[in-house]
Structure formats: C-alpha cells, structure tokens
Design a protein around this ligand. Structure first.
Ligand SMILES: O=C(O)CCC(=O)C(=O)O
Length: 289
C-alpha cells in the first residue's frame, strides 16, 4: 500500500494575516480536511511569534519538571499537558485567530464558531507511545452514516518535528469510522481489532511539521503521541474550534487580551481574568485503567 501523503497548503504568513487564504486553496484544503480528517497549513504563522513562545514554553517546562507537584501526564509518563502563557505579550492573533485557519474551519463550523481551548502537549524526549485514541467519544452512536465535523483541533508545534522527534501520529480517514466498537462513555482508546482493520484501509503517519505550521484535525480523528529519543522536547499548542452548540468549559485568558482577540467569525469562549492565574499547575493527569 502506498504511504499516505498529507495535504499541505503552502501559505505566506504575511498574506494570510492580511487576506486569509485564496479561494482555490481554501476549497482544496476543505475537501482534503473532510476526506482525510486533517490538513497542514505550512508557514501560516510568523516564525518570530513561535520563537517568542518557544523560549517561554521551554522556560516554563523547566519549572513544571522541577516542581514537586504531580505532573499532568496524558495516558502515560512523559506526555505532559502544558499550557502556553494566557497573558500578553505571549498571546498572538496569528496563533489564536489565524485568518487561514478561520477561513477553513468556519466553512464547516458555521456562524458563531467558538474557540474553547488553549493548552498544549509536550512530548518529552525519552517518551514511549500513547494508546491510539480520539479526544471525545462519538456524539452519536449506532448511525448508518458519519455525521459532519463539529470541532477541529488546531495543533501548532513549537519545534520542527517528524517521526524521529515525536510528531503526532494520525490515522487518515478514521474520523469517518462509525463502527459500534468505537469507545463510548468512559474511554477514548481504540481497541486493537479496530486498529488492525483501519490499518488495512490506510496506515497511520507521523507528518513532518515545521515551525510556523498549523495542523488542523477533525476531533474524531484517531491519533496518538509517539515515543522518541531525539534529545529535544516537543511542545505543541492545541486550540479547539467548535460549532456554537458544543458545550465546553472554555479557556482562561488575561483581561487585557480581550480586545486583541475579537474576530468577526470567531468568539473566544473565555473567562477573562484579572490578577494571577496559575496556568502551569492547573492541569490534571488523564490515565485510563
Ligand atoms: O502530543 C501528541 O503528539 C499527542 C497528544 C495527545 O493526543 C493527547 O495527549 O491526547
């Protein structure tokens, strides 16, 4: 079976910031997102923004790892929930409200699209593989046809990464799988039997991602953090854009960012706090028995 090639939309971040994505690129991106369950926007973000955030997130990672608090591990050790700072000067419009991402996602998620999340996953060098999972159990069970996407995860890597350095594993087309053996309440892990069947349809890949790229993936897409020994820890930001009717707790952002993040097609489902907020130690572990 030929290896699956992800759809890469080559952007120019300066043009994206001013004009979003051209019509032809947008419709091609959208059809791949619907079919494959993910696309990559190459160079959609000013790399200087990532450099600023990367430096701060590495500094914060040292604080997290040297603390006596329990680490917020996701499934297994060395996959850490790691929030980026929710305060200026570390909040950027081309990350929180990227015009190309909004152009694509709003076509499906519609009027009143919300951002519900601003966190991140740091895959430490020396990690092993997470179980393959979906982030939320299917909204409806026992359907005859897949339902449309109602949330997209926007992943933004802070370092270049590929299969040798902990790039996220993605299962092309798996977002359209509605097999009744998929996890429902209480678990989000995909069973071995289903993995083997899906592997025969399309084997998983670990995309090559660069600083300045955005990965947009359907919330239903099967995926996993992958072990690596590259010697470089891999922080990756995650936002979740959803239809207005999806219920989420929302995110915490500092009050002075409220005006900066106003966008015609995207509402931040945020509590805008004043004063202190302990963004580094507010996450919990997620472990399945
Ligand atoms: O860090 C990654 O590559 C994926 C992390 C993930 O999917 C999770 O923790 O749920």
């Amino acid at each position: 079976m030929p290896l699956f090639e992800p759809h890469v939309v080559v952007c120019n971040w300066e043009k994206v910031a001013k004009h979003g994505l051209e019509g032809e690129k947008r419709s091609l991106a959208l059809s791949h997102l619907k079919r494959d369950g993910f696309i990559i926007l190459r160079s959609a973000i000013n790399p200087a923004r990532i450099a600023t955030l990367q430096e701060k997130m590495f500094e914060d990672l040292t604080t997290i790892l040297s603390s006596k608090e329990e680490l917020p591990e996701q499934f297994i050790a060395m996959h850490i929930q790691h929030n980026p700072p929710p305060t200026p000067p570390y909040l950027f419009t081309d990350i929180m409200c990227n015009e190309a991402v909004i152009d694509i996602c709003s076509q499906v998620l519609g009027k009143g699209m919300k951002n519900n999340f601003y966190s991140g996953n740091t895959n430490l060098s020396g990690s092993t593989d997470q179980p393959v999972h979906i982030d939320t159990p299917l909204l409806w069970q026992h359907l005859e046809h897949p339902y449309p996407a109602s949330s997209y995860i926007i992943n933004i890597p802070m370092v270049d990464c590929d299969s040798s350095s902990g790039s996220v594993e993605l299962w092309p087309g798996s977002h359209l799988n509605i097999d009744p053996r998929l996890p429902s309440d209480g678990s989000i892990v995909i069973c071995e039997e289903l993995l083997e069947e899906q592997r025969d349809i399309s084997a998983p890949i670990q995309p090559q991602l660069q600083v300045g790229d955005c990965l947009i993936r359907d919330e239903r897409l099967w995926h996993a953090g992958k072990g690596h020994n590259s010697g470089v820890n891999r922080p990756m930001i995650a936002l979740i854009y959803s239809c207005p009717w999806r219920q989420w707790e929302g995110l915490q952002l500092e009050k002075s960012a409220e005006k900066l993040l106003v966008h015609e097609h995207l509402t931040q489902n945020a509590h805008f706090f004043s004063g202190d907020h302990d963004y580094l130690f507010c996450n919990s572990s997620y472990i399945e028995k």
